[in-house]
Design a protein around this ligand. Structure first.
Ligand code: ARG
Length: 462
């Protein structure tokens, strides 16, 4: 085997001059897409097996190619593979190495295949695996939240709207809201599978091939569900990348919401939760400080996720069909977004294991802001067949009176309440009890203790 010949670009029979060093550097993506080596070898093996079954290549050539590919995979795993920028990307790096190992017969591997369909196979398989990895990290987060929720079903705190005390709820109910979000994130990635499961292999450069290939065979072999329908669309399509980046963006947005929530609850203004020393940092000048840097890091990283999604949208917008070099950026963008998310999921899980509610403060805050006013209005409707609007009005008058007297609702005497609604009886006073209020919201999805318990059990079973 002539080593020098192998060192030349694949297209050197047509393009006579060596590319400029600068162009070679810019055009090369090997340092990024070498991550696809496993998928690339998997796809190549399925491809040559199919070529043999269809009598396009011989048994001997097929075996030689597979032998070479498997050797390459082992070498890469052992860090014995020299990724070469000169050979542009992972596909050409592997092909070049195959020539070195098995000689000229390596040239049969590219029959009825282009890098255009090759890279799509690699990338779709990679994203499917990435989905799995994200979901297993989400499972860990969900488990950690469930644990924290289970220990805090009876931990009463104010529920907020507009950042103002709204109605009493349980810390567990708040936490379980995030279980819903992270579960939807998992589902979102699973929904994406339908498109990811369409096999691009065999669309070749953009129009298909005159060889008698069997796309159903490679579809099955590579774990796809069906071959894609239109060769031009397939080569140009990166919707599956958008789906992935969008799903990551939403997940990362959920992470930033919980991070922000915890930052606020941990602030000196709220003091609702405590962060263990494991997850806080000090200040370089203010000795008293314990800062929630990790949470801020999580909140900030959403920028990377959104940027990745928008980069890909921008690359695709107005791009004619089918392949253009513009598309090569898809992998760098995707890998960065994925790595960032995995990192954030791991951090969030660590954070969740290191927070605890400040129960006294939660109650203290829940007792301010006339938080049980809606309970009083509901009581009036139920006991005096008042319309809700009428009850709302009466309750507002009672709140006004409490405010004027600088009293909490629960500290008002029956006589005082009767001045506004003479029909009121003693048992009205129980509506101001926080626990009673939380536990009365028994409608499906509501905050009653029983509901929360059931929901935690449901997710634990999953
Ligand atoms: N590394 C290339 C990419 O990901 C593979 C496809 C190359 N195709 C081509 N026509 N240049 O975009």
């Amino acid at each position: 085997m002539d080593k020098n010949k192998n060192n030349k670009a694949i297209w050197n029979s047509r393009i006579k001059k060596k590319s400029s060093a600068l162009f070679q550097k810019i055009g090369s993506s090997i340092n990024i897409d070498k991550r696809l080596y496993k998928e690339d070898i998997l796809g190549s093996i399925a491809h040559v097996e199919m070529l043999f079954r269809q009598k396009i290549i011989t048994f001997k050539i097929k075996n030689k190619i597979i032998y070479g590919l498997q050797k390459i995979e082992k070498d890469i795993l052992k860090n014995k593979f020299d990724f070469n920028e000169k050979h542009e990307d992972i596909h050409i790096n592997i092909e070049k190495k195959l020539f070195e190992i098995i000689g000229e017969e390596a040239g049969y591997i590219h029959t009825a295949r282009s890098r255009n369909d090759q890279v799509l196979v690699d990338f779709k398989i990679w994203i499917k695996n990435a989905n799995r990895e994200i979901n297993s990290n989400l499972d860990k987060i969900i488990n950690s939240i469930l644990k924290l929720a289970e220990a805090n079903i009876m931990t009463i705190m104010p529920g907020f709207t507009h950042m103002k005390n709204a109605q009493p709820t349980s810390f567990a109910h708040y936490l379980m809201a995030y279980v819903e979000m992270f579960s939807r994130d998992k589902k979102r990635l699973e929904f994406n599978l339908e498109n990811l499961n369409e096999n691009p292999l065999g669309v070749v450069a953009l129009t298909g091939t005159s060889f008698n290939i069997d796309r159903n065979y490679t579809t099955k072999k590579l774990g796809f569900k069906k071959p894609t329908n239109n060769s031009i669309d397939t080569v140009a399509d990166r919707d599956f990348v958008l789906d992935f980046l969008y799903s990551i963006s939403v997940c990362s947005l959920h992470i930033s919401r919980i991070a922000e929530e915890l930052i606020i609850w941990n602030s000196d203004g709220f003091k609702l939760i405590h962060l263990s020393d494991k997850i806080v940092t000090g200040s370089s000048i203010m000795p008293q400080k314990k800062n929630p840097d990790l949470l801020e890091y999580l909140r900030g990283k959403t920028g990377t996720s959104f940027a990745s999604f928008f980069s890909m949208l921008t690359i695709l917008k107005g791009l004619p069909l089918s392949y253009f070099k513009d598309l090569q950026d898809d992998k760098e963008i995707t890998f960065k977004s994925f790595d960032t998310l995995i990192n954030c999921l791991k951090i969030l899980n660590e954070v969740l294991k290191n927070i605890s509610p400040n129960k006294k403060e939660m109650i203290r805050l829940a007792e301010s802001g006339y938080i049980t006013a809606t309970d009083l209005a509901d009581y009036l409707v139920k006991n005096y067949s008042m319309s809700f609007r009428k009850a709302y009005q009466k309750t507002a008058e009672i709140v006004n009176m409490a405010e004027k007297k600088k009293k909490k609702l629960k500290d008002l005497k029956l006589e005082e309440l009767k001045k506004i609604e003479p029909k009121l009886k003693d048992d009205v006073l129980k509506v101001f009890d926080l626990k009673n209020s939380v536990n009365s919201k028994k409608s499906y999805g509501g905050t009653s203790f029983e509901n929360i318990k059931k929901m935690i059990m449901k997710y634990k079973k999953k």
